[in-house]
Design a protein around this ligand. Structure first.
Ligand code: UN1
Length: 527
């Protein structure tokens, strides 16, 4: 763990204090709710406290956001892009510190903590470019002298409810696009990771203040999901809610937002599989499965949870995978040589242990790992060894996402279509991959009869998507899309426009509707 001094220095550089207000309208910080203690999963150390947002703080924030929208939507989109670019520059300058804070607060390795900040920088650059490309189509009207086109207008206040596992990047994927689209953001981070949210919010406020922009373009409320979160979800002033988290909560949010005719972008659970066929490069496959299952201690939505292996290469593949698991270095994630840090909190360890017990009770065989780690090297009750469970595809637990480093291995027999059927046979549909050097197998996997997921990869793993194309998944993953491609459209309202530049009134579809000629009025007699 960092020494007290370097934690102090980190806090000073990122604008954090021992007690931090949990609500910001973009300029003024306040907090009238109960105190929230923030602990590091690395060693259980108390890092800081948050005075959470109360109802009046929330109202103040929403009033600022609503007022800011009226100003921000008038700022030309490329100028909005320039603000986002400058946020990217601030992130660049503070990459190391922010990466370290991510690691201290949620436990991913420092490599991955810095990688998360890099992903934020990438989306800022991307969004800046996109701000000059908010294209609407134009087509030919069926009427003479008419112009038919569409425009994309800003939507309003966007509520971003983010998860602990990408505590800063989820915000940036939404914020960068929302801002260039002319929307303003209210951010409610996960209660496990409020410090990184405060640090990011402060950096953005610095940029906004430099340009004299109003408070409320970017705002923050920290508080429990059931309190401040529920307020946000139910608020009619917020036309779009972007939520990243569990399917259970997402289902509830989807209902509540739909009930008030709002929109939602949902990034929910994944149950991501890798298919290893007999034509696979087994060394490449094992390496990728290892990172996919163990990276971020199995706490990514895109983590690899299942491997579906051709029975002919099952034993050989497993030998290679075991070799990686056997040499894994677990420990303080701030130390660069450690490949896996702790889970986010002791409750997550409990969930993992219970899941393993259920898997065993259902007939699964725990091949290795799955034990809590204790002792001097592992303070804080959050360290575990990653587990591999050998299962048959019909094992009920295989249908569920357990947010922990548990990997299911299973065999298939027959052609690639058999493996694809198993891969698709779960309620979730986020990410998927196949390892094969056979073109027909690869293309079948990517075809309409292939993977049913939002992401499908060939010869690389399920996690670690780049920001350049849309990110999200199907089925119980929620259907939302963030990041690249045309995901920006989700943050705008579309308007179809028809403009008549003639003096004739022409109806579409050839309909004639001529008013009868009105008789000219007789001139009034004089005198
Ligand atoms: C998540 O876990 O919520 O593809 C997102 C990845 C990252 C995003 C993960 N770029 O693994």
């Amino acid at each position: 763990m960092t020494t007290a001094l370097s934690l102090k220095a980190l806090f000073a550089q990122l604008g954090l204090k021992a007690i931090n207000p949990g609500a910001s309208d973009g300029v003024t910080w306040s907090g009238s709710g109960p105190l929230l203690a923030v602990r590091s999963p690395i060693d259980g150390q108390h890092l800081a406290s948050i005075r959470q947002a109360g109802p009046e703080d929330y109202e103040r924030v929403l009033a600022a956001a609503t007022a800011a929208f009226a100003v921000w939507r008038e700022v030309p989109a490329p100028k909005r892009g320039e603000i986002v670019r400058q946020l990217g520059d601030e992130l660049r300058k503070h990459k190391q510190q922010l990466g370290q804070l991510v690691t201290i607060e949620m436990g991913k390795t420092i490599q991955e903590g810095c990688g998360e900040v890099q992903e934020m920088i990438d989306i800022c650059d991307y969004a800046c470019g996109q701000s000059r490309m908010l294209y609407g189509v134009q087509t030919h009207s069926e009427r003479p002298a008419h112009r038919l086109f569409e425009q994309w207008h800003p939507l309003g206040v966007v509520g971003v409810v983010s998860a602990f596992n990408f505590p800063a990047a989820v915000w940036s994927w939404n914020l960068a696009l929302a801002l260039i689209c002319g929307d303003v953001c209210v951010w409610k981070p996960a209660s496990a990771t409020p410090l990184i949210a405060i640090a990011c919010q402060r950096l953005l406020e610095k940029v906004l203040a430099r340009h004299g922009l109003p408070a409320g373009v970017s705002t923050l409320v920290i508080g429990p999901g059931a309190g401040i979160g529920a307020r946000l979800i139910e608020d009619k002033r917020i036309p779009l809610i972007s939520y990243t988290g569990s399917t259970l909560t997402g289902r509830q949010i989807a209902k509540t937002v739909a009930e008030r005719m709002g929109r939602s972008i949902l990034e929910l659970g994944g149950n991501n599989a890798i298919i290893v066929t007999a034509q696979a490069d087994l060394a490449l496959a094992a390496r990728n499965v290892f990172f996919g299952a163990v990276g971020t201690a199995g706490q990514r939505c895109t983590s690899t949870r299942r491997v579906i292996i051709d029975e002919r290469v099952y034993a050989a593949f497993l030998r290679r995978l075991r070799a990686y698991y056997d040499q894994i270095i677990i420990g303080n994630p701030l130390e660069i040589e450690n490949q896996m840090g702790p889970l986010v909190n002791p409750a997550a360890v409990k969930v993992m242990m219970e899941a393993l017990a259920t898997i065993a009770a259902q007939g699964g065989k725990i091949l290795l790992g799955g034990k809590p780690l204790t002792g001097r090297k592992y303070p804080g009750r959050c360290y575990v060894t990653p587990a591999i469970a050998e299962v048959t595809p019909s094992l009920p637990m295989v249908q569920e996402e357990t947010f922990a480093p548990i990997l299911y291995v299973m065999k298939y027999r027959g052609g690639v279509h058999r493996a694809i059927a198993l891969q698709n046979d779960v309620p979730q549909g986020l990410s998927s991959a196949i390892f094969t050097n056979d073109l027909i197998e690869a293309e079948t996997f990517l075809s309409a009869r292939g993977s049913d997921c939002g992401i499908a990869n060939v010869n690389l793993g399920t996690s670690g998507a780049e920001i350049g194309l849309a990110f999200g998944g199907e089925k119980e993953t929620g259907g939302g899309r963030e990041s690249g491609s045309d995901a920006w459209k989700g943050y705008m309202r579309r308007q179809t426009n028809t403009l008549n530049w003639s003096r004739a009134a022409t109806l579409a579809q050839g309909i004639k509707f001529e008013p009868r000629q009105a008789k000219p009025k007789k001139a009034a007699k004089r005198g």
